[in-house]
Design a protein around this ligand. Structure first.
Ligand code: NAP
Length: 276
């Protein structure tokens, strides 16, 4: 029987997930499909009825449904509950299980592109305190030995985030960067700064140790001004496209029963769709 998967969102035509899963289906010769489906918020309950009837093996959830599907799932992974968002659904025997693979995507990207990044205690800095920052904080709690400093434009949001998730985490405004920088081994931008070429005007990367790894989860453009400046300072950098590719791996494995690989050719195919 053909196994079917999907990504639901509203709108949905921007999603690159059909390209990613389409390539893996082709590579593995699987009798399956992965389609983008536009589901308006008011149509979500009816879509979940289709899921319970067994029409799909599962699928991805994107904006604006990542929080709304909590109430519709039969069970939700505790980590997805901590992150506050579901991005992957798996249907088994008419029951819908919700999970979040963004934190695995973040870890998979660094493991593949900066091996050894989590060896030894490492103080880290997350810039931004939105939904993506929650997933990165959960990821770092699992793998990063040191303290995590969350810097956000709106200090109250950073404070709310670190109060919500257990761990050696501290909240700051952007003005704390200069004082913290000399002890930071990993900088992660999760804020919207960098999208479409926007830049930080308060960040002096020369204050970071030369061994610091800088990663941006923004991938439009692929080389954000932050990454360009970090590389110019001689710092190691990892772009955000790998997070998008690696977060797709667990879903594909659950729906189609094959562990796919993030290859250079897959990356090139998705890269070709990004703005430069
Ligand atoms: P979000 O929940 O809307 O959070 C946005 C964050 O950006 C907040 O911390 C916000 O600060 C900050 N921000 C926005 N505009 C700013 C500005 N002009 N100056 C300073 N800070 C600003 O968004 P999100 O879901 O966390 O996503 C953030 C980014 O990550 C997006 O670009 C998204 O595409 C990307 N992302 C990538 C992946 C991947 O797979 N690579 C996965 C998820 C998300 P305030 O709290 O002060 O408003």
């Amino acid at each position: 029987m053909t196994r079917k998967a999907f990504v639901i969102g509203h709108p949905i035509n921007h999603s690159r997930s059909p390209l990613i899963h389409g390539q893996w289906l082709e590579e593995h010769g699987i009798d399956g499909s992965y389609e983008a489906i536009d589901v308006a918020p008011e149509a979500l309950p009816v879509f979940f009825e289709r899921l319970r009837r067994g029409e799909f093996a599962g699928g991805n959830v994107t904006i604006p449904h990542k929080e709304a599907v909590f109430a519709l799932c039969d069970s939700v992974d505790p980590l997805a509950a901590t992150i506050g968002a579901v991005n992957t659904l798996v249907v088994t025997n008419g029951k819908v299980h919700g999970t979040n693979t963004d934190y695995l995507g973040f870890l998979g990207n660094l493991d593949a592109n900066a091996p050894g990044w989590s060896d030894g205690p490492n103080d880290a800095m997350i810039i931004g305190a939105g939904g993506a920052a929650r997933a990165v904080l959960v990821a770092l709690r699992r793998r990063n030995g040191g303290k995590v400093h969350v810097l956000n434009r709106t200090l109250e949001k950073a404070q709310a985030l670190v109060a919500d998730i257990d761990g050696p985490f501290e909240a700051h405004g952007f003005d704390a960067f200069a004082e913290l920088a000399p002890q930071i081994g990993l900088v992660v931008n999760t804020s919207a700064i960098g999208m479409h070429g926007t830049r930080f005007d308060w960040l002096d990367l020369a204050l970071l140790p030369k061994t610091t790894l800088v990663t941006d989860i923004v991938y439009t453009p692929l080389l954000t001004p932050l990454l360009v400046e970090a590389a110019a300072q001689g710092l190691r950098t990892v772009d955000g496209l790998g997070m998008l590719l690696h977060q797709a791996v667990p879903g594909f494995a659950a729906w189609f029963g094959v562990q796919p690989t993030v290859t250079a050719s897959l990356r090139a195919r998705i890269e070709a769709t990004l703005e430069s």
